[in-house]
Ligand binder design. Structure first.
Ligand SMILES: NC(=O)c1ccc[n+]([C@@H]2O[C@H](COP(=O)([O-])OP(=O)(O)OC[C@H]3O[C@@H](n4cnc5c(N)ncnc54)[C@H](O)[C@@H]3O)[C@@H](O)[C@H]2O)c1
Length: 218
């Protein structure tokens, strides 16, 4: 099940999966809404009968501003999508997984483990994702549900590159210079970690946050 606020983005992912010989279905989702998250999990259970893996990856970023200028609207937008969104999804995923066990992966960020100049609200939301992940992992380990967080560095996606990006060239160059590998990461390089956390190969990993950042935080 591929879910996103944007149908165009979701359908593109469905097509990519189908081109690789897989099967996928799109479901509209607004992670800010508890009802929307409930409907997604219900639709997944109706189609497949069970939920084994969930990847909570939706997120938003905003152009940098000093903390005093961020404003309550931006603060609320970052928290609503990046933190409450993960919470809303997890509530319904956990209920669906409690009987059989499963694996949940939440996207945090290197901004979940260190400060970010000009992005206090985003950074607070991502620190929150790690706290939420750790606490839920403690509660649901006994049900065989593993819950981990992914901490990407600077990755080439519409969030950092292109017209809707909150990043400018100066920020990208500074990030690249600070990375040990001296380049941005690719989405595929995040997917490798997510696949490992989703699979039984990571059977002893829970409550962790896994940094894949080309050495940015090193
Ligand atoms: N790109 C980076 O450098 C980077 C670094 C660290 C963490 N992250 C995190 O990775 C995740 C994926 O981001 P990305 O880089 O692919 O950015 P992106 O903007 O390409 O993707 C984010 C997706 O979230 C969706 N979304 C936004 N609000 C939503 C909502 N309310 N309900 C449902 N879907 C919603 C968007 O439609 C979009 O498809 C985010 O959580 C982001 O914070 C990204």
């Amino acid at each position: 099940m591929v879910a996103d606020r944007s149908e165009a983005v979701g359908q593109e992912v469905v097509q990519l999966i189908e081109q690789e010989g897989g099967q996928a279905f799109f479901h509209t989702l607004d992670v800010r809404s508890d009802e929307s998250c409930a409907a997604l999990v219900a639709a997944t259970l109706a189609r497949y009968g069970q939920l084994d893996i969930a990847f909570n990856n939706a997120g938003v970023f905003a152009a940098p501003t000093l903390t005093e200028d961020q404003g309550l609207d931006l603060w609320q937008r970052m928290l609503d999508v990046n933190l409450t969104g993960v919470f809303n999804c997890m509530v319904h995923e956990l209920r669906a997984m409690k009987e059989r066990g499963g694996s949940i992966i939440n996207t945090a960020s290197v901004a979940g483990i260190s400060g970010t100049y000009g992005a206090a609200a985003y950074t607070a939301s991502k620190h929150g994702v790690i706290g939420l992940t750790r606490s839920a992992a403690l509660e649901y380990g006994k049900y065989g549900v593993r819950i981990n967080a992914l901490c990407p560095g600077l990755i080439e996606t519409p969030m950092t590159v292109g017209p809707d990006s909150g990043f400018n060239e100066k920020m990208i160059n500074a990030g690249v210079r600070s990375s040990a590998l001296r380049r941005q990461g690719r989405p595929e390089e995040m997917a490798e970690m997510v696949l490992w956390l989703a699979s039984d190969n990571s059977s002893y990993a829970t409550g962790g946050h896994f940094v894949v950042d080309g050495g940015l935080s090193a």
